[in-house]
Design a protein around this ligand. Structure first.
Ligand code: FO1
Length: 301
């Protein structure tokens, strides 16, 4: 079964890893949000792309979900000592990724080519694509003005009240050829349990139209997010955070929706076919089992 997964950061990476454990590598393509990318310390940082690749490659920090396992922090510590910005924690191993990516981008290579080479180096057999090779930057409109995404998310700990989002550059952005071809030949597209507003919407805006069955997995369980500000964003935008709100977010193109056992009472209100299952991914086994449930569900649609 050929699957295209749309993924943001940590939650998306976990389900992508679960799918990777259940599918032959050539049957899984992951298209990753790059709206969170930013320029910092002179480097191009692609947090979601790196989180997905590190997770698929078994290199991710299991505590944070982002960054590298067995990381050291000498460089960022010394940058701070010199009075430089230390709020975005770049580990020593992780820095190699940003340095080498930035060098190659400056040489004129595309982000998708660089990502493919890095995946080969890390032993990742699945295809991982940035949502576009063009620059898209998520801007968060808040009660304190418009903030660049990482400024809002990491530097300001998601504290400012959200009023809306803008994806700078999205109108001109196109999916890369390989991602478009994978979307055309997929048996289904899986929207991973990533933030609908800032992780999945930018990808959907770049892709524009999906002609294959789409199944989404709710990132909201019992009205809360496992990680990140999705629930807080729903509340601040005047929508009660719930799996139902997520299903409504995607309602115009959804074939199936996966929600957690604790939200089973919402299932009847959802306009797509639903699968109610255990969606928390606390272990590798959880990831693999949820992915298997999702694949069986797709098979039943
Ligand atoms: N998230 C944090 O909350 N604090 C950090 O210092 C931080 C550093 C970081 C470094 C590299 C990387 O690839 C990701 C990093 N993240 C950090 C995570 C990341 O910014 C967010 O989780 C995503 O952008 C949201 O999907």
């Amino acid at each position: 079964m050929k699957i295209v997964a749309l993924a943001g950061g940590v939650g998306g990476a976990k389900l992508a890893h679960g799918l990777a454990q259940n599918l032959p590598p050539e049957d899984l393509t992951v298209i990753v949000n790059t709206g969170d990318d930013f320029e910092h310390l002179g480097l191009t940082i692609c947090p979601d792309l790196d989180t997905v690749c590190y997770t698929l490659g078994g290199l991710a920090n299991p505590e944070t979900g982002w960054g590298r396992v067995n990381e050291s922090w000498n460089t960022i510590g010394n940058i701070e000592k010199l009075g430089g910005p230390g709020w975005f924690r770049l580990g020593d191993q992780d820095l190699a990724t940003h340095l080498e990516r930035t060098r190659r981008l400056k040489e004129g290579q595309s982000l998708s080519e660089i990502t493919r080479d890095f995946c080969n180096a890390w032993g990742i057999k699945q295809m991982v694509y940035p949502m576009s090779d063009s620059r898209v930057r998520t801007m968060v409109d808040t009660d304190e003005g418009e903030l660049a995404f990482q400024e809002y998310f990491v530097h300001r700990h998601c504290e400012p009240r959200v009023k809306g989002f803008r994806f700078d550059g999205v109108e001109a952005a196109r999916p890369v050829t390989g991602a478009r071809e994978a979307l055309e030949s997929a048996d289904a597209v899986v929207i991973c349990p990533s933030n609908p507003w800032v992780s999945v919407d930018p990808i959907l805006k770049v892709i524009q139209k999906i002609n294959r069955p789409v199944v989404a997995v709710s990132p909201i369980i019992g009205g809360k997010t496992v990680k990140g500000p999705a629930a807080k964003m729903y509340t601040e935008l005047g929508i009660e955070p719930s799996a139902l709100a997520v299903a409504r977010h995607y309602r115009s193109f959804l074939s199936g929706f996966v929600l957690d056992n604790v939200d089973s009472d919402l299932s009847a209100k959802i306009e797509a076919r639903t699968l109610v299952t255990h969606t928390l991914m606390n272990s590798n086994a959880d990831r693999a089992r949820l992915a298997m449930d999702v694949l069986h569900f797709i098979g039943s649609l």
